[in-house]
Design a protein around this ligand. Structure first.
Ligand SMILES: NC(=O)c1ccc[n+]([C@@H]2O[C@H](COP(=O)([O-])OP(=O)(O)OC[C@H]3O[C@@H](n4cnc5c(N)ncnc54)[C@H](O)[C@@H]3O)[C@@H](O)[C@H]2O)c1
Length: 318
């Protein structure tokens, strides 16, 4: 019988911290660009009757001899109606040599953390080193962790948050408002920002690129499904970077008529030093994140190995 390690959310949280995730996500981007991993086509489908989006993302880490998948998605009413997270996901890891499952783990914390890490890695290479002002659009789970990721890399002095609603789960925004640093509207948040982060599930643009100041960087995080659109590109951007063109052009910001010839790079080309990141203080840059499977797998492989070594989790025989 085959032994499978089961890791619940608390156990994953105990092992995985943002600082480590930033390091792993940077590595996984570079490794993918160097053909040290393989990403399989992603599934992303709308479940109309339950207002959900179901997806499967899978990949193969050649060096780790691990194949795996993350299944789940985004149910937009979970938090409001059921006090459950809108994002729901689970991962299964397999031994690449035999196909046997090795680990089943909660992936909600993995998704949150690897996405925060993606924003931090992109900003490290594309934003101005002395960035001080951040505009966050949206105030949910990603808004908060994206800010944490940036605080790891930059000396941020001012944060503007613009969101459609201040819900119960968004206490941290109320705190920011009380400190006088929220914005009345998206434009007010964006115009003075060195780094703009969009984190909403919007299907209608909220931010226009013509609002960006010289030298600004945008991390477009929210668009990860066909139809979603947070950023209206009404003024061209000097360097547009994505995580994976095959995904960005279908489910990311770049699905809305953006031609591949205008893409500057995939992020792995920049982390792998094949192409330069930011070169001047004036250029305007943008990173379109759709979330790629090697981010999940790289982080999950680390969690699995550490849990095994430290005797964390439960083993079942399949
Ligand atoms: N790129 C990736 O790898 C990745 C990873 C995780 C999540 N996501 C995507 O990021 C988005 C946000 O995820 P989350 O977990 O933070 O969701 P969430 O529900 O916790 O937060 C969404 C926030 O957006 C706000 N919002 C919605 N529409 C708005 C609008 N038109 N204007 C201003 N604010 C608006 C909501 O009030 C809420 O604060 C989703 O689209 C999700 O699918 C992407």
């Amino acid at each position: 019988m085959n032994e499978v390690l089961i890791l619940n959310q608390e156990e994953v949280k105990e092992i995985l911290h943002l600082e480590k995730a930033i390091e792993l996500v940077e590595e996984c981007y570079t490794e993918f660009n160097e053909n040290k991993s393989v990403i399989y086509p992603a599934v992303r489908e709308i479940v109309d009757e339950h207002e959900g989006i179901f997806g499967i993302k899978s990949s193969y880490l050649i060096g780790d001899k691990m194949i795996g998948l993350k299944a789940g998605g985004f149910w937009k009413n979970n938090m409001a109606r059921k006090q459950k997270m809108n994002h729901q996901s689970t991962m299964v890891l397999f031994n690449a040599e035999t196909g046997e499952p090795t680990c089943l783990l909660d992936a909600n914390h993995i998704t949150i953390t690897r996405t925060a890490a993606a924003g931090a890695v992109a900003a490290k290479h594309l934003a101005k080193k002395d960035s001080q002002t951040v505009a966050i659009i949206g105030s949910g789970v990603q808004a908060k962790v994206q800010l944490s990721g940036l605080l790891h890399q930059f000396s941020i002095k001012k944060v503007y948050v613009y969101s459609r609603a201040t819900e119960a789960a968004e206490q941290w925004v109320t705190e920011l408002i009380n400190q006088g640093i929220s914005a009345e509207n998206a434009q007010e948040a964006v115009v003075n920002a060195d780094i703009v982060v969009t984190t909403t599930p919007s299907y209608t643009p909220i931010v226009k690129t013509s609002w960006l100041k010289q030298g600004a960087h945008v991390n477009a995080i929210g668009s990860d499904t066909k139809g979603k659109n947070e950023v209206q590109m009404d003024k061209s951007i000097d360097k547009v970077v994505c995580d994976l063109w095959e995904q960005s052009s279908i489910m990311g910001e770049l699905q809305h008529g953006f031609a591949k010839e205008f893409l500057y790079a995939e992020i792995g080309e920049i982390t792998g030093l094949v192409k330069k990141g930011r070169e001047t203080d004036e250029e305007i840059t943008m990173f379109d994140s759709t979330g790629i499977s090697v981010q999940d797998m790289k982080v999950a492989a680390y969690v699995y190995k550490k849990a095994k070594k430290e005797g964390i989790g439960q083993i079942i025989k399949l």
